[in-house]
Design a protein around this ligand. Sequence first.
Ligand SMILES: Nc1ncnc2c1ncn2[C@@H]1O[C@H](COP(=O)(O)OP(=O)(O)O)[C@@H](O)[C@H]1O
Ligand SMILES: [Mg+2]
Length: 483
Amino acid sequence: MRDEILVPGVELLESMRSVGYSFDAAVADIIDNSIAANAKHIHVLADSVDATYIAFLDDGEGMSDDEARHALRLAGTSGNMRDSRDLGRFGLGLKTASLSQCRRLSVLTVQKGVLTGLQWDLDHVLSTGSWSIRVLDQDDISQIPHAGQLESSVSGTLVVWQSLDYLLAGAHDPSLEVAERLASLRHHLGLVFQRFLEGRGAIRIDINGVRVDAIDPFLEGNSKTQPGPHENVVIDGHVVSVEPFTLPHPSALTARERRRPDFGAAMREHQGFYVYRNRRLISSGGWFGLAKLDELSKQSRVRVDIPPELDHQWQLDIKKSRVEPPQAFRSRFRQIIEHVTGASKRMHRFRGRSQSRTETTHLWQVIEERGGYRYAVNRAHPMISGLEAQLPPEKRLLLSQTLQDLATYFPAPDLYMRMADSQPQITTKVSDDELRDRLRAIRDAGGSLADPDSLVPALRRVEPFNTVGNLQGLVMQVWEENE
Ligand SMILES: Nc1ncnc2c1ncn2[C@@H]1O[C@H](COP(=O)(O)OP(=O)(O)O)[C@@H](O)[C@H]1O
Ligand SMILES: [Mg+2]
């Protein structure tokens, strides 16, 4: 037996472009490197006029000449020799993320006053048929956009993407395309790096000079957010922290919160687990197939923090945009999901069916039967029974049929759509005059409720009287009319 070396063909570089990075995920991978190099201020600089480049400038530690060569090697840094706080993983991000968007990647870096410039150019690799990078001289460097800004710094790194073929694929108007990508990028970076962008020692990211704000998926700043019990799940000696949150009902969101791309109609898709690795968001939303993206549970989000030691168990992918919980977590997660979505569902579900005397008497009832449900108008409601009592027997059937038809043809599908969309529902408040009319009907119907002393306490739990401030006063007025 003897060994033989099979050197991969240069076409490998071209195929690696298709590992499936989104633009947002690719940029986040570049920014991971800047954060790992202790950068405090990172600029994303895009050519918004001609869309010829996107550049990333940081003020981190930079790289020595050797380190820069190492950085451009595929899989240059193995997963095992890392600092456990590192945001990197496979030693591929810089290259694959960049080449998934562009044909030419330049890296300029300054450390201890020494400037190094290197470049992967796909066309150069394909035409020479060799894995060769370009070493940039001073002239080449001066051609790279924003090189001047780096040259004036003590240390830092500039990554530049040019020939944005994949990024602009199919775009009719490249500058418009870039503008749209940057808008969505702003939200993505705000969310992914939220915990770096706020608090003590926060870093700053600017996109074309405009600061990226931290975006909190759990709205912890909104007093209506309900945090659930914090739990540490320990597996193989490693701690995974799990914190459920029930977000406020859409009506309790501020106008600004409501405009967020993950709220409003999108809230349903964005329920689920938010998994963080070293405080950096890896995957957002979804229940790992353990539950459905139910309309009623759309308020539920769960923060999960996993340590990088568990990367392999959680099947972290190259793009750092997907994880899958190991078997050992799945049953525990199922219980957590049930608990947190229960809280969200209770917020939405109408408790019309309740028979308990201490609860409100609703005008509508939900009747569960034969494995399904239907809505009905509550005949026991004093306004309905009062009306019924005043009708001659031959008209009562008509009333009954009318109520039944109203319930059957209630436009539930339309309501469902509007609620999913978080459209505000307009309800008109019943005026005192109108309340008096309703009270007269109850009074004139006679029966057990016609006595004002027992009526007032009873009506306090009956819609729409349950929200009236001076119910006692209104009832007395109506009953005195008759004396
Ligand atoms: N902005 C940067 N500043 C300093 N070093 C960097 C920067 N970007 C990349 N590097 C170096 O290049 C190496 C390779 O990066 P990358 O391909 O993203 O793989 P990984 O992040 O998994 O190590 C990093 O480990 C780091 O040493
Ligand atoms: Mg990296």
